[in-house]
Design a protein around this ligand. Sequence first.
Ligand SMILES: [Zn+2]
Ligand SMILES: [Zn+2]
Length: 188
Amino acid sequence: MQSPVTEIKLVAIGDVDRELIEYLSLTLPGTFGARCVLSATELNPRAAYNETRRQYHSTQLLQQLHDMAGSGCGKLLGVTDVDLFIPIFTFVFGEAQVGGSCALMSAHRLHQTFYGLPDDRALLFERVEKEATHELGHAFGLAHCPDFNCVMRFSNSVEEVDLKASDFCRLCEPKLRQMPDATLAARC
Ligand SMILES: [Zn+2]
Ligand SMILES: [Zn+2]
């Protein structure tokens, strides 16, 4: 697939499993037709921590990513293991600027251990790839899609993450080639 975006930069936010980031750097290029690089600069999530909720404010982290993005046509994907929230939701798996330059995803609730189950690395990697693709899909201009055969389907729980496909449906994939002008926030 060809797209006008040539580079996706992965930014570690806080203490993140390096194998997850390296895995994404290998899988995302084929999905988006863009090269993937690891950012030398990491982001400290401390300023986005909310002591009452014991979670990190997703929109603040997205703004921090935006501040380090600068100009250019590349995309920035922040990858974290901290638990994310926005005020109206209990949690979010991630957040992105639709048609913008930045996206953010958390692996926190993608671990089986979060649900009191035995660790499952293969399942974790599969989920992380889906959520990274979903959030980057927003940054590439895609909205939510009702199709379970599409990674752009909204997921409200990890079960719904597991149910949806890991790539784009036939309607969404062609839209990846287009970049809309509007930049909206997508919390998902
Ligand atoms: Zn779709
Ligand atoms: Zn979404």
